[in-house]
Design a protein around this ligand. Structure first.
Ligand SMILES: O=C(O)C1=C[C@@H](OP(=O)(O)O)[C@@H](O)[C@H](O)C1
Ligand SMILES: C=C(OP(=O)(O)O)C(=O)O
Length: 423
């Protein structure tokens, strides 16, 4: 995607679709239990992948399916979820309790490099039957669905919170409920809290004290629950970056003041660091991002982003574009996402003039110089690389390679961007 050097057209409104994280949790719950209606479901490719994987596996169909499989002794169903990490992790638990069904759960080349061992170990400890088909600790998996009766498990919590969420989503369905003891540091904690918020709104009883999460068994909500998904704050982050560089007002919908998405931290972060105030219009669920024209930027940015890892790339690009020194910690999980995001940032920030140093879990600026003449940003098949570098067109024209990657989380990104830029 060639992006001309542009200015920001003020006062436009952008409607972003539902949170990918919330949507994917609700889809699993909808499939395990009934009586749920979802509004503003994410239009992301990851959510489509999950919807497809779950189609015809809802609870009602499951009973019939079980008999069908027993009768015909069919081979395992193959489910390919491509790049969708949450889908991979959530479906591992889901298919583990899908009695009578054998599933081969696989994904893209990159998915086969993303860890899943702690989740598989936890499920095996609970009694699940899962085998690795290629490399120990990584997808693809062969899962023989069966009834799980064990109810306590230890899970290391420092690699991915998605393992914990995956277990929490099936927990209510287990005959004896589930007690999870989180071992070690807890990464991406906000996502675990989001899951607990969703399951408890659903009627499932759960507590989180110290390092222990307890979930009681649950049958079904007594009446239909309507869940309106708040729009995606990770997607909104790119407009905060655009606002910080373009210094004009932007409106975004549909967002709430009380959000369960950890990435809503972007509002406070961009207010403190870049003078972008956010006002909420409760009745329209609209937020207005407004730059303070007299704001003086900080001398240095020091931030731990363990709770909101998906907006780290956004922040690094904004700070580099404004040449504000930064030192960001808490980013260990970035190494095992769609690409090694720390390495990708290190490589591509150079092109816009920022030299950095990276460690296992940090990125720090070293110096700022002039951007390259013909900037062409590689995305490494990572949607967030494409979207986080796009705002740089407010400073200088650039090319973003593999533009279609945005579809993973935000298919309308380029179209929405074009409505607020004037070249
Ligand atoms: O549960 C979720 O919806 C997510 C959890 C986070 O992953 P980790 O816990 O692996 O950091 C986040 O990066 C991902 O985009 C979505
Ligand atoms: C890391 C992400 O997604 P997932 O882990 O679900 O692939 C993301 O959307 O930034």
């Amino acid at each position: 995607m060639k992006l001309e050097q542009s200015k920001l057209e003020g006062n436009r409104t952008i409607q972003i679709s539902g949170s990918k994280s919330i949507s994917n949790r609700l889809l699993i719950l909808e499939s395990l239990f009934s009586n749920i209606q979802i509004g503003n479901l994410s239009n992301s490719q990851d959510t489509d992948m999950l919807t497809k994987a779950l189609s015809e596996t809802s609870i009602e169909v499951r009973e019939g399916y079980k008999k069908q499989i027993e009768a015909s002794e069919q081979n395992a169903e193959v489910v390919d979820i491509h790049h969708a990490g949450t889908a991979m992790r959530f479906l591992t638990s889901y298919f583990s309790i899908f009695e009578g069904r054998d599933t081969i759960l696989t994904g893209s080349g990159r998915m086969k490099e993303r860890p899943i061992k702690n989740l598989v170990n936890a499920l095996r400890d609970l009694g699940a039957d899962i085998e690795y088909m290629e490399n120990e600790g990584f997808p693809p998996l062969k899962i023989k669905g069966k009834k799980i009766i064990q109810s306590t498990v230890n899970v290391p919590a420092n690699i991915s919170s998605q393992f914990i969420t995956s277990l929490l989503l099936i927990a209510g369905k287990l005959e004896n409920g589930l007690e999870i003891n989180l071992v070690g540091d807890i990464t991406s904690r906000s996502y675990i809290e989001m899951t607990l918020d969703i399951i408890t709104k659903f009627g499932i009883k759960a507590t989180f004290n110290g390092n222990v999460i307890k979930v009681e068994p649950f049958s079904n909500p007594s009446s239909v629950i309507h869940y309106e998904v708040e729009s995606d704050w990770s997607s909104a982050s790119y407009f905060y970056s655009i606002c910080a560089l373009g210094r004009e007002t932007i409106h975004l919908k549909s967002f709430y003041k009380q959000s369960t998405q950890g990435d809503s931290a972007i509002a406070d972060i961009y207010e403190k660091l870049f003078g972008i105030t956010t006002t909420f219009s409760e009745d329209e669920h609209k937020i207005t991002l407004q730059p303070d024209p007299n704001f003086s930027f900080p001398e240095k940015i020091e931030l731990d982003m363990n709770n909101c890892p998906d907006i780290a790339q956004t922040l690094c690009v904004t700070a580099s574009a404004l040449k504000i020194p930064f030192d960001i910690s808490g980013l260990g999980t970035l190494r095992v996402k769609e690409t090694d995001r720390l390495q990708a940032l290190y490589n591509e920030l150079k092109k816009i003039g920022a030299e950095t140093e990276i460690t296992d879990s940090t990125i720090q600026s070293v110096s700022f110089g002039e951007p390259e003449e013909n900037i062409s940003i590689k995305t490494y098949q990572d949607h967030r690389m494409a979207m986080s570098f796009a705002p740089f067109c407010l400073i200088k024209e650039l090319n973003i390679e593999e533009e279609d990657v945005v579809e993973k989380s935000y298919p309308m990104f380029w179209k929405d961007l074009s409505t607020i830029l004037i070249s």
